[in-house]
Design a protein around this ligand. Structure first.
Ligand code: HEC
Ligand code: HEC
Length: 276
């Protein structure tokens, strides 16, 4: 997995977008960027240049947030970061029909492009306000870019939200199917939390919504992924105890303590249940 970090300045603000897990761009994007990126590295204030002997791409005509005179190679480099941050291709925002079709990067007809422009403004505003909020100089403050929130998906949501939403329609079966689907697609990426904590958080939410059986279903599923999860046994015990099944609760708390002797909370709960 390559990690590219690219800093580009636009306007007064410097926006850094970290590019994780290089996304495959469609062939049109590649051919667009090859010609353009074969040129110099993006340089601030650099002029428009053609690739060595290559065809000169026309300068951008519809920049409203990026500096109007930003050279096309720099624009494209920024665009590649944006695409990777959202896990999408160029045509998610641009009219790009490929060879023989309409290809109009300047057009604003896709709503996603207009949203992206507002998002650029929003990110810039956050960048302006953040240093004062944390009491640091602008240089020392973390830069907020698309990736900070999006982490490789166009509509960034936390795992418990996505799973709980799916469960609202199809119950825990649908919730767990969603979990599995996302896990297969995004495991190892930054998009969702598939650690031991992910389904625990989903279960906590189900518990809070007074759905103990749903919570149990999520926790049992979590044990299939993380059979040694002390916290999961502990959470199961809590629900069992609340349902009046003290014997099972004790058994599962013993398992929780056995798996993680440092789980002091589980140990205390166990002693309490045993009346020690
Ligand atoms: C998430 C939406 C989004 C994606 C994905 C995206 N762009 Fe853009 N693109 C924009 C926005 C918004 C602008 C206008 C920026 C502004 O107004 O300053 C823009 C502007 C451009 C421009 C300048 C067009 C002009 O003439 O004004 C080019 C060239 C461009 N993008 C290329 C690309 C390429 C190549 C890709 C794929 C690697 C890509 N874009 C992916 C949103 C996107
Ligand atoms: C502070 C967090 C945050 C930052 C920074 C951010 N976004 Fe977003 N963005 C969101 C959230 C949250 C949504 C989803 C809103 C919803 O539909 O519920 C979203 C939605 C979008 C959408 C609409 C997706 C769709 O299919 O409806 C686009 C396009 C987008 N963002 C582009 C960008 C770009 C480009 C950047 C960087 C310049 C960026 N965002 C930076 C939080 C952020």
């Amino acid at each position: 997995m390559t990690r590219v970090s690219l800093t580009m300045s636009f306007g007064i603000v410097v926006v850094t977008v970290a590019l994780a897990a290089a996304q495959p761009f469609d062939s049109l994007a590649l051919s667009l960027s090859k010609g353009e990126l074969a040129q110099d590295r993006p340089q601030v204030g650099g002029g428009q240049r053609g690739a060595d002997g290559g065809q000169q791409q026309p300068p951008p005509t519809n920049l409203q947030v990026l500096p109007k005179d930003m050279p096309r190679p720099q624009v494209v480099a920024a665009m590649q970061n944006i695409s990777a941050a959202l896990g999408v291709q160029c045509n998610y925002c641009h009219v790009m029909e490929g060879r023989g079709g309409r290809n109009d990067m300047a057009s604003d007809e896709k709503p996603t492009k207009k949203t992206a422009r507002q998002m650029m403004i929003l990110s810039r505003e956050i960048g302006e306000k953040l240093p004062a909020a944390v009491g640091k100089s602008a240089d020392a403050t973390t830069r907020v870019g698309c990736m900070t929130c999006h982490r490789g998906v166009p509509i960034p949501k936390l795992l418990p939200d996505v799973v709980t939403e799916a469960a609202a329609n199809g119950g825990t079966t649908a919730g767990l199917a969603k979990y599995k689907e996302l896990r297969e697609k995004f495991y190892g990426a930054q998009a969702y939390d598939f650690s031991e904590t992910g389904l625990l958080a989903v279960a906590t939410r189900a518990s809070a919504a007074n759905k103990p059986d749903d919570a149990l279903a999520y926790l049992r599923a979590n044990l299939e992924y993380y059979p040694k999860s002390s916290r999961t046994y502990q959470a199961i015990a809590q629900i069992e105890n609340a349902k009046g099944d003290k014997a099972s609760a004790i058994k599962d708390l013993e398992k929780a303590v056995e798996l993680d002797p440092n789980n002091v909370q589980a140990r205390a709960q166990l002693q309490q249940l045993k009346g020690l």
